[in-house]
Design a protein around this ligand. Structure first.
Ligand SMILES: [Ca+2]
Length: 387
């Protein structure tokens, strides 16, 4: 393992970095440069080099100082998820591959799909989720953008691992509206053993309110892709609606379901949300955001006000606190529902796409190679935090 001690972002770089923001993340008026401070036990050494030159920013290591994290994998290409199979870690890469990480060794595994990945903008090979019976079945679920008849769409497929590659077994759901941005793509299996899938509004906000559209929704399906008989709307995959671009999904120890999603672009921007998800719930987009209320619509339990953090993957710890990886926010945040407080847990490595906890250890994946960040030479990286 490599000792992680490099500071990816010098303050100097941040001006450039913010200038490079595009699409829904660019218009935040109150963005301030994230601090470059590291956790108190981090090896601290002011960055002296330039972006992309990790050699010159590498501080001398001292035996007494524990690094803030260790690097488990590097030079990943827009990684999107962290998945565990025992001590083996898998991550998806947005261009359409899977990387297997075992004891610091990475193997890039090809994915063979019936329809090619359409990798423009925020779309691509996004969600990737090992089936609960992966040990026996070698099955996984994937969510990817594709193009058909001139339209950008998304589909949910079942894959099977065959040696060092993944082959599509079956398409479970196709025709989910897509666009250059707002493609959703997070998948999770609930405590009810059903598959949940987030979809974006495909840059057409009104679709989020249309129960006949699969855009701007959280979908719920059986593990073989059917509509569960107890879904809130008859013969519909829709579990909740009125979402803009939900990116994080998890349940607490009581089975309460939370999501994170992006607030509006432009002015005022910000207003990124944490919601408690109820079956059949309408989360308001595009009619309301922030603290606004409207009959039949659910306001978030927390929003970020004018500040945009662009929440991505989210996981809930043993104390029912949410850990949220953020892109624009370039930090790992913790949200404690009991205290209604959002605080920074880890930062200084750029954009973060996903977070998971295993055996009490926090794992994050950076996302600096997606065209909106400033990648260091060895980005993107899978990190395990110390302490
Ligand atoms: Ca909302």
């Amino acid at each position: 393992m490599l000792k992680g001690s490099k500071k990816a972002a010098a303050v100097l770089m941040l001006t450039v970095w913010i200038g490079a923001m595009t699409a829904c993340e660019q218009n935040e008026p109150s963005v301030t440069a994230p601090a470059v401070n590291s956790p108190s036990n981090a090896t601290s050494n002011p960055p002296s080099g330039t972006a992309g030159n990790s050699e010159t920013t590498e501080p001398a290591e001292t035996a007494e100082t524990e690094a803030a994290y260790e690097v488990l994998a590097e030079r990943l290409r827009v990684p999107w998820v962290i998945e565990f199979d025992g001590d083996t870690i898998y991550t998806s890469e947005r261009e359409g591959g899977v990387v297997k990480v075992v004891n610091g060794e990475t193997t890039r595994q090809s994915v063979h799909l019936a329809k090619p990945v359409h990798g423009r903008g925020e779309g691509g090979f996004l969600g990737f989720l090992l089936a609960p019976d992966f040990a026996q079945s070698r099955n996984a679920y994937a969510y990817h953008t594709y193009r058909e008849n001139g339209k950008i769409l998304n589909r949910v497929v079942l894959l099977k691992q065959n040696g060092n590659q993944w082959d599509e077994v079956q398409a479970l759901l196709e025709g989910i509206p897509g666009a250059a941005n707002h493609d959703g793509g997070r998948m999770a299996i609930g405590p009810d053993n059903q598959l949940y899938v987030t979809t974006g509004d495909a840059q057409q906000g009104e679709l989020a309110q249309d129960l006949n559209s699969l855009a701007g929704k959280i979908l719920r399906m059986t593990l073989d892709g059917k509509v569960p008989s107890d879904n809130p709307f008859p013969d519909s995959y829709v579990y909740s609606y009125g979402h803009r671009n939900p990116q994080g999904l998890d349940w607490d120890s009581e089975g309460v379901m939370y999501n994170t999603e992006h607030g509006p672009s432009g002015t005022p921007g910000g207003h990124d949300e944490i919601n408690i998800i109820k079956p059949g719930g309408n989360y308001g987009w595009p009619d309301i955001y922030g603290d606004a209320e409207k009959a039949g619509m659910i306001t978030p339990i927390y929003h970020t006000g004018e500040k945009a953090i662009a929440p991505s993957g989210m996981t809930i710890d043993d104390n029912n606190r949410l850990l949220i990886a953020t892109l624009l926010g370039s930090a790992l945040y913790r949200y404690d529902p009991a205290a209604d407080e959002l605080s920074v847990v880890f930062e200084g490595e750029g954009r973060l796409r996903d977070v998971k906890i295993k055996d009490g250890k926090i794992y994050v994946i950076t996302n600096n190679t997606d065209g909106r960040g400033i990648p260091a030479e060895n980005d993107d990286r899978l990190l395990v935090l110390n302490g």
